[in-house]
Each structure stands twice: as structure tokens, then as C-alpha cells.
Design a protein around this ligand. Sequence first.
Ligand SMILES: [Zn+2]
Length: 252
Amino acid sequence: MDALAELVDLARRLGEPSGAMAILAEGNVSARRDDRSFWVKGSGKVMERASAEDFSLVAYGPILSLVENREHRPEDTAIREALNGARVAPGPSPSTETLMHAWLLGLEGVRFVAHTHPVSLLALLSTEGSEALAKQRLFPDEIVLCGPESCWVPYRKPGLELAWAIADAVTHYHQRWRERPKTIWLQNHGLITMGETAAEAEAATRMAEKAATVWCRALATGRSLRLLTEDDVRHIHTWPDERVRAEMLRRT
Ligand SMILES: [Zn+2]
């Protein structure tokens, strides 16, 4: 399957109503085509019934120069013109979040990026102090698929400000863990996952939402929580058996 066909499939699976990851035009997904261009969902397109025509093929160059030039914050209309002008083939207007997709697709081992608004996670991300929860883990599979911590990003306006905040948070996470995050939590907004395959991004999305549901239910009991210790987390994170399992999941 080529990257675009895999991407269409990923959008549809993440848009399935039963998953509660994205409804209507929520969410967006992208995939690297080559060193110069990538596919990203068109603005306003519905993931659940996505088709190849709903994606734009966009050049990295003009998009990354917007993200990397912090001295200059163009007007929103100029950003929209730059996004539309970056298309290298006829296609829909690229999503506003094309900026953050372009930057994340440049990370090592990332060929697919998925951004969703999962219901349970959004509930957590809308509570006071959720940045502390991003650093904690409740069960082993959460570590395997979502990483030892989630990368936390404070609320920013969608578009350029959000792309800047994501770049800062991911850079900070990388300094701390010496690897890229598997899951990025966006305060009052949603989730970003990444992977070398569409399956890896999908698995991280599903597990992040499951973990958030477990958090919500555990908190709702009103009882004290038993969290995995830092030692437990590091053990699972570096355990060879778990690495093998994560690799298998990545490929299926
Ligand atoms: Zn969003």
C-alpha cells in the first residue's frame, strides 16, 4: 500500500464513531511522501469518510520556513495563502494544522502523524493540573505504546502559535528522554501521536484514549491512586521483551 492509501485508511479508522477520537471535521493526519513533500488532510474534510481527494500534497520548504522563523508572525490571511501556495498538486486547502504536521514529520522515525480529539483524554486535558498526569503512568501497556511520559503542551491558538509550542515541548522532551515522544497532550485541545507506520500512530492513539478512560474512572472512585513508580516505568520502558512487543505492534 502506498503512503496515501495508508493515510486514508488511518483517517477512516480514527474517524470511526465507536472510537470517539474525532467527529465531523475534527482531527487531521499526515504522511511523508519524500524529502520534499507530504500528504495532509484538507481543511474541513471528515476523517470518517476520507478519500484520497481529501488530502493535499504539500511542499515542506514554505511551511517549515513559517514555523522556523519566530521573528516574524505573519497575518492569518498570509498564513492561509502560504498554506494554499505550498500545494504541489491540485488538492483541497490544507488544514490549519499543516504547520505542526510539517515540523513533526521531520523527526527521526516519523512517517505518519495523527491528531485527534479523544473524548476521555479531552476530559483530562480540561482539568486543572493535567500537566502532572502527563508525567505519570498507570499500567505497563501505556508505557509501551504511549512512552514513559506524554509530552505536555500548554493551550495555544491553533496554527502557528500551536506549532511553535509543540516544537518547544518536543525539543524539551527530547533533551530529557533522548528520544522523541510517542504521545503529545495538547491542553484543552487533544492528542498527537506519531510513528514510522500508520499502525504505530493508530496504536498510540487508541492506547492513549484507553489510559485516559482508566484515569477518569480511577479518579471518579475518589480513592487514592496507585501510580507506577519511576523505577517501574523505566524498567518497562527499557525492558527488551517490551521493545520486541512494541516493534511487533508497530508492524501490524
Ligand atoms: Zn485539533
